[in-house]
Design a protein around this ligand. Sequence first.
Ligand SMILES: Cc1cc2nc3c(=O)[nH]c(=O)nc-3n(C[C@H](O)[C@H](O)[C@H](O)COP(=O)(O)OP(=O)(O)OC[C@H]3O[C@@H](n4cnc5c(N)ncnc54)[C@H](O)[C@@H]3O)c2cc1C
Length: 427
Amino acid sequence: MNESLALPDYDIAIVGGGMVGSVLAGLLSASGAGWRTVLIDARSPDGLVSDHYEPHYDNRSTAISAGSADILQRLGLWSRLKAHATAITEVHVSDQGHLGGALIDAREQARDALGYVLENAWLAPTLRAAADGAPEVRVLAPAQVTGLLPGRHLSTLTLKGEGAPGTLTARLVVLADGGASDLHRRLGIEQVRRDYQQHAVIANVSFERPHRGRAYERFTPRGPLALLPLDESPQARRAALVWTLPPGEAEALRRAPEPEFLDALQRAFGWRLGRLTRVGERQSWPLALVQAQEQVRSRLVLLGNSAHYLHPVAGQGFNLSLRDAAALAAVLRRARLEGGDPGALPVLNRYVAQRAQDQRLTIQLSDKLVRVFSNRRLGLMALRHLGFVGLDFLPGVKDWFAAQTMGTAGPRAPWEPPVQRLSEMGP
Ligand SMILES: Cc1cc2nc3c(=O)[nH]c(=O)nc-3n(C[C@H](O)[C@H](O)[C@H](O)COP(=O)(O)OP(=O)(O)OC[C@H]3O[C@@H](n4cnc5c(N)ncnc54)[C@H](O)[C@@H]3O)c2cc1C
């Protein structure tokens, strides 16, 4: 059949229902543009979509900037997410082996919080459930996309999975597949990769004293470590640890018996939270900066980790992708109002142009933070240069650092409020 005459099954197909693909599906629906959207994910929704919250010792957490919380609030999801979000009211920055440190306080920034910490075990299923219930969105899971053939008027996807159609067509395909699948490579889209030669050990830890909403950033001779406050009760005082180390040390500590691990962490972190009493399951992540060389082609967009994978120490990966997704939904809404085609290259180029500056600055910021603070000598110089040690005397520098932490610095994503909030939509 002539492809130009064929009616596509969907306007937009999103490959990957991780946090980024799910939030895009929600944003597209809430934009009121009426795009018929399908969200396809290889993972079974069982165990992902949970209605109840259970505190986890064993999962990753995401620091959400105040700017991201604003987007999620306007989408109508924040009240549900906030129930298990911990507000970061202060950030304490210090350097192991040196007295002092700096305190950044939300009140000085005229904010309730500098940001929020959410366990992925709560954030990811809440975003997926919102997409699943959104009008004009169909979720296919578990279903794996095994082939992608972009055409002139529509793209064809090949799917594998019980109950999934063998093929489907869409006018635009968004690859939000996390970058680990090889779909982009098969299209000839290369990634530029810089390996940091570091691993991050991730775990939840417990301690004696209440954290009172304070996050800790500590620079050590082996690499930076961050402790982000989690839901607190008299029974459980917990924080999410991201500890950057040379790969061999990270692996040894990941496998070390609990008392040995807690001892090493206590030496690196100190006693600000009293004795460290427990550590949950430890995971280790190799750290790299990965960027796709092309983010759009006719009928194709790369989003989330597929487009850019950042070092987690600056906590920017999801925040940046959320701003990307908000901008993409807004550009596509405008295309709809103008009677345009969502997969047309001029429409998608508009998205790239809008996002270029924020992406460049955010990627540069996290890359520089990692490289400078991974080097003990340079790290110390930077600390002094930026005035971290005497930050309290340099309010301008402090405001700059706080704005970066909150995701309110630099250019903002062109954000158009959704026509309808997801929480207000019927089933
Ligand atoms: C240790 C660590 C800590 C982090 N902390 C922060 C933080 O504090 N703040 C922050 O902003 N960011 C943080 N990040 C970054 C953040 O986690 C990522 O930006 C985010 O998870 C990217 O989500 P994604 O949806 O793009 O990819 P993924 O989460 O990888 O999702 C991809 C999805 O695609 C599906 N999929 C893959 N291939 C196929 C296929 N062929 N067919 C169908 N489905 C497919 C997968 O099943 C998966 O569900 C951190 C990252 C790490 C590693």
